[in-house]
Design a binder for this molecule. Structure first.
Ligand SMILES: Cc1ncc(COP(=O)(O)O)c(C=O)c1O
Length: 371
């Protein structure tokens, strides 16, 4: 008997085969670094991250490693950053963003202000209007293979955002965790960091594994002491064996090879998704995905009233989806809801055939609900 087909478009996880491929490298790597560094990585210490890894990251971003803080994942570092801001700060975010980041910021009492996105990046006129009206502490954006809209900012737009932040004395945070994950054969350029900023935050979760959770932040010199104190009071030291493994993985050249392997593995999956969405959902899918983990879909014909029963029907057909309203900051929800159901699809964990099958099932159910 054949098993019932299914796909879960909700889980933004790396492909299982990539993690299996990593097993020998990770097991050898951890053993090697624990033998080499011994008590140094098993004891308290390196509060702002394993020094050799900070040096490597500093070299990559061409900044003094003293400005690099390495922790247990991208989300942890971003959360610690939010914790380091005065309570009830205003933070500008994109009109759709990483849902967990938005939820975390509001837990610290911060106020989110969403600004519109265009295919080039942030709507700069709107950004200027918002900063002219409000005292804003920071801007947070995802310039490469944006989660959840998939857009890639142009360099010009990114610099425009940085200029506004700098002129207004606001911290500018770029979450670049998908920078290396580009599958269309091109490369995303490095973001230049000077003394004022921008702040960069990134993660090895998607480029190595969620289990070897590690993320970092590059901050201005003047912010290092303040953020370090917040970190030291929260979790003392990070997971040092993991950071030593990652430093060794990078130094040996295997990290770059692994990222190349991932890009080759994910390329046909992304192409299958782009093709299926363009042919079956023209207009509902505004951008061509060039990397990362996510694509957005806005289903105009699925109103708020139909939302729950539609999602249930799609799930019964074997396709996991959910409304992505948590990814929208409060001031943008009303406008977004008027456009129809907003969902976020993820693709790297699935083979092209399965992706095509899932999108066709989604289309069938959408057509049925649109009658
Ligand atoms: C934009 C963005 N930032 C940060 C993270 C979280 O990274 P980590 O798993 O290392 O905490 C993710 C994970 O999906 C993400 O999409």
């Amino acid at each position: 008997m054949s098993e019932k087909q299914s796909i879960n478009f909700l889980r933004g996880v790396p492909a299982e085969e990539a993690l299996s491929f990593l097993i020998p490298m990770a097991s050898e790597g951890y053993e090697k670094v624990i033998r080499r560094h011994g008590v140094d990585v098993l004891q308290y210490g390196h509060f702002t991250g394993f020094k050799p890894l900070r040096d490597l990251i500093g070299g990559f971003h061409r900044v003094n490693p003293e400005r690099v803080i390495v922790g247990n994942g991208g989300l942890e570092i971003i959360s610690l950053f939010f914790k380091s801001l005065p309570r009830e700060s205003n933070i500008i975010v994109e009109e759709a963003s990483y849902d967990r980041v938005l939820l975390d910021a509001t837990r610290y009492g911060h106020h989110l202000i969403g600004v519109q996105l265009t295919p080039e990046g942030v709507d700069l006129d709107q950004l200027k209007a918002v900063v002219n009206k409000n005292a804003v502490a920071a801007f947070y954006g995802i310039p490469f293979h944006h989660n959840p809209t998939g857009i890639n900012y142009t360099e010009e737009n990114r610099k425009g955002v940085e200029r506004v932040c700098r002129e207004q004395g606001m911290l500018c945070v770029w979450d670049i965790c998908y920078q290396a994950l580009r599958y269309d054969g091109k490369e995303n350029g490095l973001i230049a960091v000077s003394e004022w900023g921008p702040i960069l935050t990134s993660s090895f979760t998607k480029t190595i594994s969620p289990g070897t959770k590690c993320g970092y932040m590059v901050v201005p010199n003047h912010y290092v002491g303040h953020l370090s104190r917040v970190i030291a009071n929260t979790r003392i030291n990070p997971n040092l064996p993991t950071q030593a493994f990652i430093a060794d993985f990078i130094e040996s050249g295997r990290y770059d090879e692994f990222v190349k392997y991932l890009c080759n593995l994910y390329r046909p999956r992304m192409e299958a998704l782009n093709t299926a969405l363009n042919s079956l959902f023209p207009g509902a899918f505004p951008v061509s995905i060039s990397g990362g983990f996510f694509a957005p879909l806005t289903l105009e014909s699925i109103s708020i009233q139909k939302e729950a029963s539609f999602i249930e029907s799609v799930q019964q057909a074997g396709v996991g989806i959910a409304a992505a309203w948590d990814a929208i900051p409060p001031n943008c929800v009303e406008e977004a809801r008027k456009k129809g159901l907003f969902i976020r699809l993820t693709f790297p964990a699935y083979a092209p055939d399965k992706i095509r099958w899932g999108i066709s099932k989604l289309k069938e159910t959408t057509a049925r609900f649109s009658r």
